[in-house]
Design a protein around this ligand. Structure first.
Ligand code: HPA
Length: 270
């Protein structure tokens, strides 16, 4: 793993000596933020040795390095998911690579189903905490001591100061943002209504198929983490209609101008 990471880092360093401070991992339909980056340097995932290349619709599959909201950023347009058949180690790869490139903070976004009945599609939610319901963990296997301890603390998985900055930025922009708990499922099937009722009882406000492995990996190597969900649909069984990926992408696209303003404002205030 470490050797593979070093090879990937060396490849990126052969393309650019750019030193990003903040990494952005963008969810379904939200990758467009990468287009706003100035002084762009683009590195396709497929050219990076050992890098997991995502196949899901609505994802681009490249790093965009450059300036966004006055910060030096590395934007990941597209990410790999457990449901695509990648191992947890592969999903952790980009996060560790970002750490090796000098990044201190990651902003992780996703599309999610609303479990909290006060939510409506199009809402944005600052992730306060998560429930790992994936049934596995990206840190299983030999510990990479270079990155962090065998048993990393997860008491504060989502950095409090970043939650506060995100909330203040949303208030200033007059965006009515939510805060809540994200519960990670493997997918790719959406949840059943019974699973969503269970999720609500367990304390979830939103459900999705990503983010949890990346956040665990990020906290292991002591990166600061901000998570933001775009509630693209109400989760199964809440409204009397079936769920589909087109709706997820369409809602994410509707929200993306507000989303983009929020991310840029957060970057300026970090
Ligand atoms: N469930 C899981 N993942 C999702 C959903 C959902 O309802 N919407 C967007 N991603």
């Amino acid at each position: 793993m470490l050797k593979d990471l070093i090879a990937a880092k060396n490849y990126i360093r052969s393309v650019t000596d750019f030193m990003p401070e903040v990494g952005l991992i963008l969810g379904s339909g939200l990758g467009v933020i990468g287009e706003e980056v100035t002084k762009k340097i683009i590195v396709d995932y497929k050219d990076i040795p050992n890098f997991p290349v995502s196949t899901v619709e609505g994802h681009k599959g490249r790093f965009v390095f450059g300036i966004l909201g006055d910060k030096k950023v590395a934007v990941m347009q597209g990410r790999s998911h457990f449901y695509e058949g990648y191992s947890m180690q592969q999903i952790s790869f980009p996060v560790r690579l970002m750490k090796m490139l000098g990044i201190q903070t990651v902003i992780i976004t996703n599309a999610a189903g609303g479990v909290n009945k006060n939510f409506v599609p199009g809402d944005l939610m600052i992730i306060k905490d998560h429930i790992n319901f994936i049934g596995t963990n990206p840190l299983i296997g030999e510990n990479l001591d270079e990155f962090g301890p065998r048993f990393p603390d997860m008491s504060v998985a989502y950095t409090d100061s970043l939650v506060n900055i995100a909330q203040k930025c949303a208030d200033t922009l007059m965006l009515d943002i939510r805060q809540g708990v994200y519960m990670g499922f493997t997918g790719p099937s959406y949840e059943t209504p019974a699973e969503i009722r269970a999720a609500r009882i367990l304390g979830a406000d939103a459900v999705g198929m990503s983010t949890v492995p990346e956040v665990i990996t990020a906290r292991h190597c002591n990166l600061n983490v901000l998570g933001i969900s775009c509630i693209t649909n109400m989760a199964a069984g809440i409204l009397n209609k079936p769920l589909n990926h087109e709706e997820v992408i369409q809602t994410a696209e509707k929200v993306r101008s507000n989303f983009m303003k929020l991310i840029i404002s957060i970057l300026k205030n970090i």
